[in-house]
Write a protein that binds this ligand. Sequence first.
Ligand code: SF4
Ligand code: SF4
Length: 223
Amino acid sequence: MGHLISGRRSVPAFRTEVEARAGCGVLACFQCGKCGAGCPLQEHLDYSPSQIIHLIRLGQEETVLASKAIWLCASCETCTTRCPQGVDIARVMDAARSLAFDRRVPSAVPSVPSFYKATRANLMKFGRMFEVWLLASLKLRTGDITKDMDLGRKMMAKRKLNLFPTWNRVWETRAIFKRVARIEKERAAERAADTQSGSGSAGGAAASPREGGPGNASGGGNS
Ligand code: SF4
Ligand code: SF4
């Protein structure tokens, strides 16, 4: 795990990377646990939201990126709403997830990135959800062919699944994805420049009280 030297302090590089991606800091957390207490997925997570925040503060990159929690988080933002310190935990989870994705760390819950990829491919192809194609694509990616077959049959019987696709503004949808890719590339270049200069945008995001915190000011996230 690398460290950046910022002023007189040694700042874990992993923490600054996550903070820069999330657009908010994690140092304001005082481990009250309110985030985890409200998380609807808490019982399924290997680390609670507050534990993830603490691990990031400690620069525990391998543990965080290999955790189930970052993949199971549904980005519902309950934790973010409950945090008295203005830590945007949902964005932090999102940032850790995108970091794991970019660094090709194998997901602890492989079906989640498979679902993301299948959904993206579906939208790029049809401009909207075509569920039958999505399910087929997902099953090919996961190799789990038979799961949910009964449910699929029931949905078809009730005409909840269309057997034929409809296309909707495909070029506009592709343009949106292209634009997001360009923005992400620009942001990655900015982060790299910050890291090289040693200033690190996360340094300014280290403390993020709810009102006027850097997380609110950034106006952009990965989700
Ligand atoms: S992130 Fe916020 S809600 Fe969660 S433990 Fe820290 S201060 Fe409490
Ligand atoms: S955003 Fe994620 S971590 Fe936060 S409450 Fe929702 S599921 Fe839990």
